[in-house]
Each structure stands twice: as C-alpha cells, then as structure tokens.
Design a protein around this ligand. Sequence first.
Ligand code: RFL
Ligand code: PHB
Length: 389
Amino acid sequence: MRTQVAIIGAGPAGLLLGHLLRAEGIDCVIVERQTRSHVEGRIRAGVLETVTTDLLHRLGIDAGLNAEGLVEDGFNLADHDQLIRIDIARLTGGHVVVYGQTEMTRDLFAAAPERGLEILFEAADVRIHDADGAGPFLSFTREGAGHRLDADFIIGCDGFHGPSRKAIPAAALREYERQYAFGWLGILADVPPCHPELIYANGAAGFALASMRSTTRSRYYIQVPLSGRLEDWPEARLWDVLEARFAPLAEQGVVRGPALEMSIAPLRSYVCETMRHGRLFLAGDAAHIVPPTGAKGLNLAASDVAYLSDALIDHYRRGDESGLTGYQAKALARIWKAERFSWYLTKLMHRFPEDGPFEQRMQSAELQYVARSEAMQTAIAENYIGLPL
Ligand code: RFL
Ligand code: PHB
C-alpha cells in the first residue's frame, strides 16, 4: 500500500488531521490499534476552545456541535465556600463550548467514509521504518496478515503511550516532565448539572470539579491520591463527597444517578520538544501532556494539527517547505503557554502532599486576589478560552 500521509492513531489529533488533509484532496490513511467502539467509548475531555470548534465548522462536521454544544460565557473557581465567577464573555469577548471528546470523535468517524478518509482499525504491532530517510513506511499486522504502508510523511498521533515518539533516537529527544502525586477520579451520570457553569473548587479535602456534557448529563471529578483505586470508591461514597463539596456552591443541588463511567486518571505535565525527526512528525498527546485542570489537552491536539495540515497543504500545493520546517517552533510556542496555564491552575486548586498550612494560605490569598482583581480574571479568562493560533 502507498499513501501520501500515514497517520498513526484515530484519536482527535489523527481524525482532525485526516479530515483536514482529505478536504484538500491529499491522500492519507489512519492506522489505529483499537476497535472503533473502544475509541468511541473513551470518556475524556469536555471543553472545546474556539480553535477546535473553528476546525469542526471549517470541515462542516458540526451538526452535532451546533445542535448539542453548550456555549459557556463563564466558569467558576471556588475558594472553600466562596464562588469566584470568571466572566469570560465580558473579559475577552470569547467563550468555550461544552461538547464531549466522545461526541466529537463519533462525528469525525461518521463523516470519514463519505470523505474518503480510510481508517484501519485493529492494526497491531505498528512500527515505523526509515523515519529520517527518503522512503519512510509503516509495518503492522491486521486480520492475521502483515502489511506495509509506504508514505511521504508519517504523523504520530498515537497518544502518550504510542510508538511514534519511541521511534526517535534517545539522543535526539528533548523532554521535560513534571509528575503529580495525585489523580482525578471522574464520574459520568445522566443527571442534570448542579450549576449552569463549570466549578473548579479548592477546599479542605482538595480539588473537585463540577462539569457537564449536556443539560441532562453531568461529569464530576475529585482529587484522589495516586494510590487510590476504583474499588475504594463505591458510587454512594463519591456522591457523598460531591454533595458535601458542591451543595454550598451550586445553584441546584447535586442530583445522584447511576454511573455511566468511572475512572481514575493520573496527572502529568510533559513536553517532548522534538516534534520532528526527518519525515516523522508528532502531534497531540504523542508530544505533550497537560494535567486536565484548564481543559487544554484536546485543544492543543487540535492546534498542532491545524499547523501541521496547513504545512502539509503548502508542501503539496506549492512545494513550500517553510510550514514543515517551522512546525515545531510554532506548535511549541502555544504548547508551553498551555503547559504553564494548566500547571498554574493545578498548583492553585489542588492539595499537594508536600504542602502545609502556609501553602494553603497562599492558595487562598491568590484566589482572594483573583476575586477582586479584574486584571487577574482577564489573564485567567484569556488562557481559558485558548491563546490564538
Ligand atoms: P489520544 O486521544 O490518546 O489518541 C491516540 C490514539 O492512538 C492510538 N494508538 C495507536 N494506534 C496504533 N498503534 C499504536 N501502537 C497505538 N498506540 C496508541 C490510540 O488507541 C488512540 O486512539 O491522543 P490525541 O489524538 O493526541 O488526543 C489528545 C486528547 O485525547 C487528550 O489530550 C485529552 O483527552 C486529555 N484529557 C483531557 N483533556 C482535556 O482537555 N480535558 C479533559 O477532561 C481530559 N480528560 C484526558 C482526560 C486524557 C485521559 N487519558 C489520556 C488517560 C481523561 C483521560 C483519562
Ligand atoms: C470535563 O468535563 O471532562 C472537563 C472539563 C474541564 C476540565 C477537565 C475536564 O478542565
């Protein structure tokens, strides 16, 4: 098999990139390790920046987004029982849209056949060959047979644990990492949200987030130690914590319902600055991870592939290589700012095991400053809606 652009991974980065290239008549094939239903079943991000919704509108894959997306003009931070509203519409003129990664992925899959975007699911043992040579190719096994896919370029959209980054020689990798000693325990349930806008809360028991997917579906998270296990959290125990935390803050009460999904995700900050190695490019979680505080992960994946698709289109249309040469520097400029914001909001809102009463006072003092300072609120709002491309 031969194609122009071989993409590894059918997450948001790979799917968006595939559609952006197909819209310009560029051939590409996506090779995905999992089944379609597995990818569609993953519950992850929920807040889309305009950078991301613009791509969906540009592609015309926006019927679901237009019908079900909730435009959010503000969100809230909470210092113990005090709600601090960040009026993003007034402070920036912008907004974010609540629309799940799950729903977005479903829409991108559904539009693939009619747009000639080929996705090869259940491809095992995907390997990258000759990434820094003139003839790169992928090998993989599928339905019991070995395959070879030759391409002009290979794009690693295979998430943090995929093979792409590992194909870059260690000596060429420039990596930066910060791990956190806690994770987020999430629950999804078909119950109305407790508040019309998101609440990121810092309190005596640590961090909690009240989010949503629609006016009838809620998503909540609480901070748990890394050693925390799902078995420790019968649903009733989690609802007790959420009710105690959000009852004093929310407009409506916390409504309980059976969990559609519960999972624990560790928090990590990570950047691999080496986003290009010869004809191999990395995009999305393959190159960087942010803690979910601030909802930047999916939106960074979207901006990476916006840059990369423009660069590949310039290469094929006009023989212009400047976009490909400049991709890494352009993407990293936005990535590091999102890393900073996610790290800042994580530091501001969580209990760190190494911190004591002094650091808790520092968090409260900063939140009280945010509550009074329009300059601070504007800085937070600007970052929350997403810095421009
Ligand atoms: P993804 O979504 O991880 O997709 C990568 C795809 O590559 C496939 N793959 C392979 N395919 C072929 N061969 C291999 N060897 C492969 N190895 C992996 C995988 O099956 C998968 O389909 O990366 P992408 O496209 O870069 O998108 C990034 C976003 O998914 C990610 O940034 C966000 O979901 C991060 N994230 C969140 N971000 C937010 O903005 N808000 C959130 O609330 C939020 N919650 C989360 C999250 C990430 C989580 N992870 C990674 C565990 C919650 C979780 C649990
Ligand atoms: C979510 O709804 O899953 C969500 C929202 C905001 C975040 C992280 C996750 O910062």
